[in-house]
Structure formats: structure tokens, C-alpha cells
Write a protein that binds this ligand. Structure first.
Ligand code: ADP
Length: 355
């Protein structure tokens, strides 16, 4: 049976008047990687700090290995929990060498083997040759590797990572997150990671918890959240969206650009239709109903994708133009002013009832 390595139950947290976390419950199982994802200020770091024991629990409870470690009346300090912590700013001790930084986390090791354990941890992150250097002699990526080795050296059951790669440049970030994912898997650590970067969350996580304003909005695998978002906020966490108003009329959903299937919604229902830029495909051929004509305003190559700004006339209001963004894999750069036919991929189009 799967063991719950970490559990937060009905946690609320205030900073003065500011309610930072509202009724948060989450479970993390052995070997699982879970990401807390959401915009800045939504309460992710507070939740992580509560899980770590760096913040006292005001209401609710935290359990590690199914034993309570924090409640309003009881608190085991962070350093007495078998939890590895890695933050954005590395937090290495500047006056200690790399190896002594890693050994610091093993301070209660009485077997005299801390040197070899620390070296083994440095080997895991390919930093063993730096062991006698000081943090200021290392690059950001190297310091973060040491911070990860320090956190992993005591073989924690739970790792808590707060934006661990955000201080690194894009290329390095991709390399390190790949290495860290394999390390965490190799060690079987249950990992809770805070990030505001959806791609990073999708890269790392078995499950993602999307938060907004202190509350959990949706929990699911990357695939579930991307293809079955519960609202436009969750859809928007994974990137920019085109938004259209819609009204259900019989079995059709009428929008200013196209008619879509009403998907069982009652006639008269007002909806918001959100369409990912990746859901728009261009073609010169005339095809089925879910397509409309548009003219090209700008085309840009973004590397692996082409990004096209389109304008289309509203079918509902004369003189109104609707501006859309379209992302297509590869090099597809129609010229400014060109008239194109645009298809909507319904798999990446979501319909939400308006309140
Ligand atoms: P996130 O990690 O999602 O960016 P945080 O958990 O850091 O969000 O912050 C949640 C809310 O709590 C924000 O409104 C933030 O300003 C506030 N906050 C965070 N830390 C403190 C603190 N130490 N004192 C007062 N307010 C704080």
C-alpha cells in the first residue's frame, strides 16, 4: 500500500489581516513528485514553509509518515524533521567549503561517516571535484547543485523545493531539472515543489496542485489539467488564451467567429470560450464548419514555434474585429495582410458557463 509521506489537513494561514492560505489539504505519497503551481502571491511558498516547519501552524495539521508534526498546539522544528529543503537562493554557508556545507546537514551523524556520505551526495550531482572550494567560487548552477546535494545527503523521505531553478538561466535550468528529477526518482523521495512556471511543473510533476488566492483550484496530472481544466483560470495557467463570448442556441454554440457544438448545455446559456493559440491551425483549403477567415497582422518565428497575430471580422457586430493569437509548430510565417482560413482544434478549446 502507498504510504503518505506528507499530509496537510485543512490548513489556514494569516499574516496579520492577509489570509495567505485557505483550507488547504494535500497528500504526498512515497516516491511521488507534486508541484504547487500558481501566480505569485497565491500562497504556494507559505504552504511549503508550513509543510517544512518553518512557519507555525495556526489552524490545521501537518503529518509526516502519518504522524502529526505540527498543529496549533504542537510543533517539531524544521531541523528535527527528516525533510530536505532547497530554495531559490541556494542558502549555502559562505564561510564553509562545499563539502562542509553538505556535511552540515549530517551534523547528527555519529558514525564518523559523514565525510563519505557528503562525498557520495556531491558525486550524485557531479560536484565532487569542487569539495574544497567555497560557495563564492562557484556559478549559480554549481551552487544550486551543492544545495541539492546538501538536502539529499541525509536521505530525507520528503524533499521540499521552492522555485529551485528560478535563479538559473534557461539552458542550465533545463539541464538541472532533468538531473534533479532523475535523482529524486532514484532516491524514491516524495517531493513537493513550488513553481510559477507551468512547463516546469509539467516537466517535474506526477500531479500538479493549481492554487489561486490561497485556495486549491484543481488537482490532477499534467495531462488532466491541460486537457480538462475546470475553469479559464486553470486553462490560463498553462499559457496565453484567446477568449470569445458565446451563447448556446439549440444544439449550437454561437460565437462571433464560428459555431461550435453546444456540448449538452441548455439553450440560452452564456459561456466563455477559451481557445489555446495552439488550437488554431491555418490552411488555404475550405473545410468543415469549425473554421473562419482571418487576415494576418504579424508573423514571428519563436524558434520551435511560429506565432501569428490574426484579425477576423465579428459575424455578430459589423465593424468589430477580433484579435487572435495562433501558435504553430515549425516555420509557418504567412505575410502581413494575407487572408488565411483558420481551423479550431476542439480538443484545445474549452467552454465554461458564465455565472
Ligand atoms: P507565493 O509563494 O505563491 O508567491 P506566498 O506564500 O509567498 O505566495 O505569499 C502569499 C501571501 O502572503 C502574499 O499576499 C504575500 O504577500 C503574503 N506573505 C508571504 N509571506 C509573508 C510574511 N512573512 N509576512 C507578511 N505577508 C506575507
Amino acid at each position: 500500500m502507498n504510504i503518505k509521506a506528507l499530509e496537510l489537513t485543512e490548513v489556514w494561514h494569516r499574516y496579520g489581516e492577509n489570509l495567505a492560505v485557505k483550507d488547504l489539504s494535500l497528500s504526498l505519497y512515497e516516491g511521488e513528485v507534486v508541484c504547487l503551481l500558481g501566480p505569485s502571491g497565491c500562497g504556494k511558498s507559505t504552504a511549503l514553509r508550513i509543510a517544512a516547519g518553518l512557519e507555525m501552524v495556526q489552524q490545521g495539521a501537518v503529518e509526516l509518515d502519518e504522524v502529526i508534526v505540527s498543529s496549533p498546539s504542537f510543533h517539531i522544528p524544521a531541523e528535527d524533521r527528516n525533510v530536505g529543503l532547497v530554495f531559490q537562493d541556494y542558502a549555502l554557508f559562505p564561510h564553509l567549503t562545499v563539502i562542509d556545507n553538505v556535511k552540515f546537514g549530517l551534523k547528527r551523524d555519529r558514525s564518523g561517516t559523514s565525510e563519505s556520505i557528503a562525498l557520495a551526495a556531491l558525486e550524485m550531482v557531479n560536484m565532487e571535484t569542487f569539495s574544497s572550494k567555497y560557495p563564492h567560487m562557484l556559478s549559480g548552477g554549481e551552487q544550486q547543485r551543492v544545495a541539492i546535494a546538501r538536502a539529499l545527503a541525509p536521505r530525507p523521505k520528503v524533499m521540499l523545493l521552492d522555485e529551485p531553478y528560478s535563479g538559473l538561466d534557461a539552458r542550465l535550468r533545463e539541464n538541472i531539472r532533468d538531473e534533479v528529477l532523475h535523482l529524486l526518482r532514484g532516491q524514491g523521495c516524495a517531493t513537493l515543489m513550488v513553481t510559477h512556471d507551468a512547463e516546469e511543473a509539467m516537466f517535474m510533476a506526477d500531479n500538479i496542485i493549481v492554487m489561486d488566492e490561497g485556495s486549491i483550484i484543481q488537482v490532477g496530472s499534467p495531462d488532466e489539467l491541460y486537457f480538462e481544466p475546470v475553469n479559464s483560470f486553470v486553462a490560463g495557467v498553462f499559457g496565453e488564451l484567446n477568449k470569445l463570448d458565446g451563447l448556446v442556441n439549440g444544439d449550437k454554440l454561437i460565437t462571433p467567429l464560428v459555431e461550435l457544438p453546444a456540448q449538452g448545455l441548455a439553450s440560452g446559456t452564456k459561456v466563455e470560450v477559451v481557445v489555446r493559440p495552439e488550437a488554431l491551425h491555418l490552411s488555404s483549403l475550405k473545410g468543415p464548419d469549425v473554421c473562419f477567415e482571418a487576415s494576418v497582422i504579424e508573423s514571428r518565428l519563436l524558434g520551435r514555434m511560429s506565432y501569428i497575430h490574426l484579425s477576423s471580422d465579428s459575424r455578430q457586430r459589423a465593424g468589430e474585429n477580433i484579435h487572435l493569437h495562433c501558435k504553430i509548430p515549425g516555420r509557418v510565417l504567412p505575410s502581413k495582410g494575407e487572408c488565411v482560413r483558420v481551423y479550431i482544434d476542439l480538443e484545445q478549446t474549452f467552454i465554461f458557463e458564465r455565472n
